[in-house]
Design a protein around this ligand. Structure first.
Ligand SMILES: NC(=O)c1ccc[n+]([C@@H]2O[C@H](COP(=O)([O-])OP(=O)(O)OC[C@H]3O[C@@H](n4cnc5c(N)ncnc54)[C@H](OP(=O)(O)O)[C@@H]3O)[C@@H](O)[C@H]2O)c1
Length: 354
């Protein structure tokens, strides 16, 4: 289908749902899917009404003061889950049980075991489910992978450095904040370290999910009040000798240039306002006379429309998973992060529940 239509039910009216829906309704010249904001589910109907007024005033979205009403709404095709990590599994299972497709924010769940549960349910129902790792769907990311792995513009990759740090001022955040509350999945690794890890995985090896090479992982976490305020991972690929140095911190904001890829014939840097939001990459070939080349991908909006468009096309093609973010890739990343937390000490109460 050239321009499929998808009717979205939104769960949660926080920061990320606001950004996602803003992008869904953004006028675009290159639009290749129609996104309808069909329903909003919130802890209160007033909040849902406010959200529509602020974010999608032109829409005729139905507003609900309960998430279950969104899952049960026959007009909704797909549920977008924008609640804290700890509630992702429960929301995914409830939406799938009603036969809805699901796009769930990252991290998909708190641990691999929860993700398996959701994918098993999706398989049984035959619905589309994807982790909303939006950065993977950005044209910059796809062009960069091609430049590195196919065109080999910097020769053979040796090392990738990537950091995602934000100053989160944990002292002043309320205890209920999802960023610091361990029961809500607080900590840096699942919130932002997942992006550093993603860049490392995408740039050190061209495989995905089951076709990806398996790195050795060394890691450390700094724990404060039960959450990781900093996590560092070294990925080592024994077959190629490649290394990734991938980090996250809640204490200090990363510089705009957040990643560096070193190869046998040069270096590539990636920059943007955040590690999840790349805007530009620069190829710096080795040699004094060699000229730098910048690839600028800046454009209006945040960039959530690319993943939304891809989801619309996959669903129109009757797929149950995405080839850019397949279930096996989500499980692989969850397993890597489980290992980092196991070694580093950032455990969630849900890790121990059966
Ligand atoms: N892709 C990205 O770049 C990106 C960026 C930020 C966050 N995220 C992900 O999106 C998810 C939500 O993050 P956020 O920053 O949007 O969070 P947030 O601003 O705190 O909003 C979360 C929303 O979830 C609902 N909620 C339900 N139970 C809650 C509880 N016990 N505590 C707090 N909120 C609760 C609330 O909506 P109602 O009251 O309306 O029900 C709340 O507004 C996280 O998993 C995060 O990792 C992704």
């Amino acid at each position: 289908m050239d321009c499929p239509t998808l009717k979205w039910g939104i769960i949660g009216t926080g920061q990320i749902s606001t950004a996602f829906v803003t992008d869904l309704v953004l006028p675009r010249d290159d639009k290749n899917a129609n996104h309808v904001v069909q329903a909003i589910g919130s802890s209160s109907k007033e909040k849902a009404d406010e959200f529509v007024k602020k974010v999608a005033p032109e829409s005729t979205a139905t507003t609900y003061g309960a998430y279950d009403s969104v899952y049960a709404d026959p007009a909704v095709d797909i549920v977008y889950i924008g609640t804290p990590h700890a509630f992702h599994k429960e929301a995914c299972l409830a939406a799938i049980a009603q036969g809805k497709h699901v796009l769930c924010e990252k991290p998909f769940t708190l641990n691999r075991r929860e993700a398996v549960e959701v994918f098993d349910a999706a398989r049984k129902k035959g619905v589309f489910v994807m982790e909303a790792l939006w950065t993977r769907f950005m044209p910059l990311c796809q062009e960069l992978q091609k430049a590195v792995h196919e065109d080999k513009v910097i020769g053979e990759v040796n090392r990738v450095f990537c950091d995602f740090g934000l100053h989160m001022d944990l002292e002043t955040l309320p205890r209920s904040s999802r960023l610091k509350n361990v029961a809500l999945g607080g900590g840096s690794l699942l919130d932002i370290g997942i992006y550093s890890l993603t860049w490392g995985l995408l740039l050190l090896d061209n495989g995905i999910g089951e076709t990806a090479a398996t790195p050795q992982v060394f890691s450390a976490q700094s724990i404060s009040q039960k959450i990781d305020i900093a996590s560092s991972m070294i990925l080592h690929y024994p077959q190629t000798g490649r290394q990734g140095i991938l980090t996250s911190s809640m204490q200090i904001k990363t510089d705009p240039v957040f990643a560096r890829i070193e190869g046998s014939k040069g270096v590539i840097t990636i920059e943007g306002p955040a590690t999840s939001v790349p805007k530009k990459f620069t190829v710096i070939p080795r040699g004094e006379d060699a000229e730098k080349k910048e690839y600028d991908f800046s454009r209006p909006g945040y960039g959530f429309y690319w993943e939304a468009d891809a989801v619309a096309h996959d669903i129109a093609a009757k797929k149950t998973e995405s080839s850019r973010m397949p279930w096996a890739e989500t499980l692989r990343v969850m397993e890597l992060m489980d290992g980092v937390r196991e070694r580093g000490g950032a455990r969630f109460p849900q890790d121990d529940s059966i």
